[in-house]
Design a protein around this ligand. Structure first.
Ligand SMILES: Nc1ncnc2c1ncn2[C@@H]1O[C@H](COP(=O)(O)OP(=O)(O)OP(=O)(O)O)[C@@H](O)[C@H]1O
Ligand SMILES: [Mg+2]
Length: 272
């Protein structure tokens, strides 16, 4: 009996999700990594910029719970964060903050904040669904925190378009493989990008090795890993980050910006 009820409930949830997805134009892309400090937030902010310059209306949600820094990258001081919406003290519109860049809005997080996930369940899924239901943005980018904690898992569970950023560091590769293993259980695809990686081929070769390791370890064979490009190390990236500016804007003809444009081209081909 319990089984029947829960299977009916899950059918209903699936149906609701499908209806919402069909209804809204907003495409959800979640950026994650496993290992910390590999460039997720830098990619997210600069990808938002390049997407906005291609005419897309972009929202960025800072899902690094407790260590939010997207407002620093966009150099703004939001009045409200996603937590005021979760707590019910602000409306969704009030927590969607315009940035200095046209067509980019931020749903900021809060830094140095301990959020107790036992208070509410699925609160993060709900705010994501509510933003999608607004049908206002073309793309919603979610920047997750490091690791595979419960918050990150919740954001991953609701996203079909997941982009993992990694470096070629053995520890980063170990973490991204753990991510692959976890996602292969119930996702069909993972997009993969390398940061701090000199050329496209190096990333491609290592991505193939990860795929082969997955085959050897018999990960779900219907799960695909799609390599979508690399970004090299550049002093202009760290300098612009420190100055709270976006390298893709300040150095639009740099090789790294071109590399990120390739990633955007591939991303747009892959997301649904
Ligand atoms: N390709 C690059 N070349 C030079 N510096 C880079 C590059 N990518 C990122 N950085 C720098 O590396 C640092 C970490 O980047 P970032 O904050 O984007 O990583 P993260 O994955 O979001 O970290 P966390 O896991 O802590 O959220 C920043 O100082 C950023 O400016
Ligand atoms: Mg970050």
């Amino acid at each position: 009996m319990l089984n029947t009820i829960s299977s009916q409930a899950s059918k209903l949830i699936n149906l609701t999700n499908r209806v919402k997805k069909n209804y809204s134009k907003t495409k959800l892309v979640t950026i994650t990594s496993g290992k910390g400090g590999v460039g997720k937030s830098t990619f997210t902010a600069n990808m938002a910029f390049l997407l906005s310059r291609r005419g897309f209306n972009v929202a960025v949600l800072d899902a690094d719970i407790g260590l939010a820094n997207m407002q620093v990258l966009f150099d703004i001081k939001p009045q409200n964060t996603l937590f005021e919406y979760i707590d019910g003290t602000k409306t969704l519109d009030e927590v969607i903050t315009p940035t200095a860049y046209s067509n980019i809005h931020l749903i900021a997080g809060r830094s140095g904040y301990q959020y107790s996930s036992t208070r509410n369940s699925f609160v993060f899924s709900r705010i994501v669904k509510d933003i999608i239901e607004l049908n206002r943005f073309d793309v919603l980018l979610i920047d997750t925190g490091a690791g595979l904690n419960e918050y990150v898992k919740e954001f991953l569970s609701i996203s079909d378009n997941i982009l993992a950023i990694t470096t070629t560091d053995p520890s980063a590769l170990t973490d991204v493989y753990s991510l692959m293993k976890m996602l292969s259980l119930d996702k069909s695809k993972l997009m993969l990008s390398f940061n701090h990686t000199r050329n496209y081929q190096i990333g491609e070769t290592i991505a193939n090795s990860l795929v082969n390791l997955g085959k050897k370890n018999r990960l779900n064979k219907d799960f695909m890993v799609e390599y979508i490009g690399n970004v090299s190390t550049s002093a202009n990236i760290s300098t612009t980050g420190r100055l709270r500016k976006l390298f893709a804007n300040e150095f639009s003809s740099d090789e790294t910006t071109k590399q990120l444009q390739v990633i955007i081209d591939q991303l747009l081909k892959n997301i649904h």
